[in-house]
Ligand binder design. Structure first.
Ligand code: DX5
Ligand code: ZN
Length: 221
């Protein structure tokens, strides 16, 4: 089990015509992280926001900006998201681009790097990167949209990643992303997740501050 639980609200479920307001709502719930989903309409079917939105949000917040790039060519966009104020950048292992070089570039620029994998991708695909990433993001829905149902079988990969981390002395944190709710959060944490991304469950909750507290209060057996 993890020592500290981090809740990362996903701004994708916030008000797209008032992202700053949704960021402030996350701050008022006393979270430390904000998850920013960047989609290109190619690697995933949907399009979200870009680096200018981050720059403007960065100017009004000190939250940790956890940037999740769902792009076919993430290597072409690293600089702009670093300049916009990302604290970590997570890239997917599925598209065809120089993954190791891109992770090295992220790290060389002094921010944290992460590798993400889709529900149908086995952990073999990310094994070469585990020794030097800060974060592994396990998708628990097919990426592209908020508000989808959690796919429980993905937690098997979380357990595998936790075991690998312990056995090999790796340093990454494990993040689960997609369909996470108060109902399945305990299961995610029990499997080995350190960071829970919650879009819909957080932004649609009646009391986001209480939602955060309820996540922190989860007791694991
Ligand atoms: C999906 C995104 C997720 C998503 C989470 O492609 O990566 O971060 O916004 O939203 P919920 O919690 O609504 O599934
Ligand atoms: Zn995400």
């Amino acid at each position: 089990m993890t020592d500290t639980i981090t809740l990362a609200p996903s701004l994708l479920a916030g008000k797209q015509d008032a992202l700053g307001e949704s960021l402030k709502l996350a701050e008022s719930a006393k979270v430390k992280w904000l998850h920013l989903d960047i989609m290109d309409g190619h690697f995933v079917p949907n399009i979200s926001f870009g680096p200018k939105a981050l720059t403007d949000l960065r100017a009004q917040s000190e939250l940790y900006f956890d940037v999740h790039l769902m792009l076919s060519n993430p290597d072409a966009h690293i600089e702009s998201f670093i300049n916009a104020g990302a604290d970590s950048i997570t890239i997917h292992c599925e598209p065809n681009y120089p993954i190791e070089d891109t992770l090295s570039l992220i790290r060389a620029r002094g921010i944290k790097s992460g590798i993400a994998l889709n529900p149908e991708t086995d952990i073999e695909a990310i094994l070469p990167y585990l020794r030097f990433v800060d974060l592994v993001l396990v998708m628990t829905v097919n990426p592209g949209f908020g508000g989808q149902s959690f796919i429980p079988s993905c937690l098997e990969k979380v357990s595998q990643l936790k075991n690998l981390k312990e056995n090999e002395n790796y340093n990454y944190k494990i993040e689960v992303d997609g369909g996470v709710t108060l109902e399945n959060a305990a299961e995610c944490l029990q499997s080995g997740a350190d960071i829970l991304v919650c879009g819909t469950a957080f932004y649609k909750s009646r009391n986001p501050q209480q939602f955060h507290q309820d996540i922190l209060d989860i007791k694991l057996g």
